[in-house]
Design a protein around this ligand. Structure first.
Ligand code: NCD
Length: 311
């Protein structure tokens, strides 16, 4: 990945690149368990978080990841910036670059926005979620979490369940899981499946049919903010057919891993008891996010020429 200076989607990475990110993240996750959780790898580098959409986990974990690597971090907040005075995306980006940033972590409601930044700026661009399109660091942290729970991923089965249509998490996650040799299922009401077939994915609408065959159940949030038109009759009906509740969990394999990217709608796509059950790896996903983002920043900004070791 050293010569590729950006991370826009998981297609930028082949399986070997992904393994390198996962291995590097494993070394960093060891650092995160030390009393002093900081290494000097990116001392003197500056990372800006440019978030045009709300975020808790992704923004905070990019920030903490950069800080743990000793980089300087700028957090750009749209609501208190000159975007409120009408400044364009391009001018905002050029302004930040003129301050000498080495990496821009961008989240934007428009699909493709990080690719525009790549054209305009010299800095490394990291996509932290663009519209309904891609979310590569989420896909990598999900692989990391699954490996921690399951070991080898080749041949394992994962079902993405719920609002796949609007989900950049599912779009990048599906590609990453397939690249690792997993069998991928997508389960949703027909109106929440993408109109164009997802390559290499078995789609269906009956969750109860699928549950006993999965190693991972990946529950997705219903994204109300991205749907103006009603895509299912009611939340009650959705919950009845698609919620992962204790009764459904009882039909799953004993070691099944339950995942969710957050933020959860407890009581809609996932029952509160399931979110808190030992099968759930939801907080492990958050911890993995810090290690993965450290790894990606390190490999893009410091990995080769910095010469400093992870430890
Ligand atoms: C997701 C996102 O923003 O794409 N959250 C995340 O990054 N962890 C998923 C969502 O909003 O449902």
């Amino acid at each position: 990945m050293a010569e590729r200076r950006h991370l826009l989607d998981v297609d930028d990475l082949d399986r070997e690149d992904m393994e390198r990110v996962l291995d590097t993240a494993r070394s960093f996750s060891e650092v995160l368990h030390r009393p002093i959780k900081k290494v000097p790898s990116l001392r003197g580098k500056t990372v800006v978080n440019l978030f045009y959409e709300s975020s808790t986990r992704t923004r905070m974990s990019f920030e903490v990841a950069a800080k743990r690597l000793s980089a300087d971090v700028l957090n750009f907040n749209v609501s208190t910036s000159s975007v409120e005075k009408g400044e364009s995306f391009k001018d905002t980006a050029l302004t930040l670059e003129a301050m000498g940033v080495d990496a821009v972590v961008v989240r934007h409601p428009v699909a493709g926005a990080p690719w525009l930044l790549r054209q305009w700026l010299q800095a490394a661009i990291l996509n932290a979620g663009d519209g309904m399109h891609a979310h590569p660091t989420q896909a990598l942290l999900d692989l990391f979490t699954m490996q921690e729970r399951l070991g080898e991923l080749q041949g394992r089965t994962i079902a993405f369940v719920g609002d796949i249509l609007h989900s950049r998490v599912a779009r990048s996650g599906i590609k990453a899981c397939r690249a690792m040799g997993m069998k991928v299922l997508a389960v949703a009401p027909p109106t929440l499946l993408p109109p164009v077939a997802l390559e290499g994915v078995v789609t269906g609408s009956d969750l109860d049919d699928v549950i006993p065959h999965c190693d991972v159940l990946y529950m997705l949030r219903i994204q109300m903010e991205r749907q103006k038109e009603g895509r299912f009759p009611s939340l009650e009906e959705y919950t009845r057919l698609y919620q992962l509740n204790m009764q459904r969990l009882g039909k799953a394999r004993p070691q099944v891993v339950v995942m969710h990217p957050g933020p959860m709608n407890r009581g809609v796509e996932i029952a509160a008891e399931v979110a808190d059950a030992p099968h759930a790896a939801i907080t492990a996903q958050v911890s993995a996010g810090v290690a993965i983002r450290m790894a990606v920043l390190f490999l893009l900004l410091g990995g080769s020429e910095g010469g400093e070791k992870v430890a």
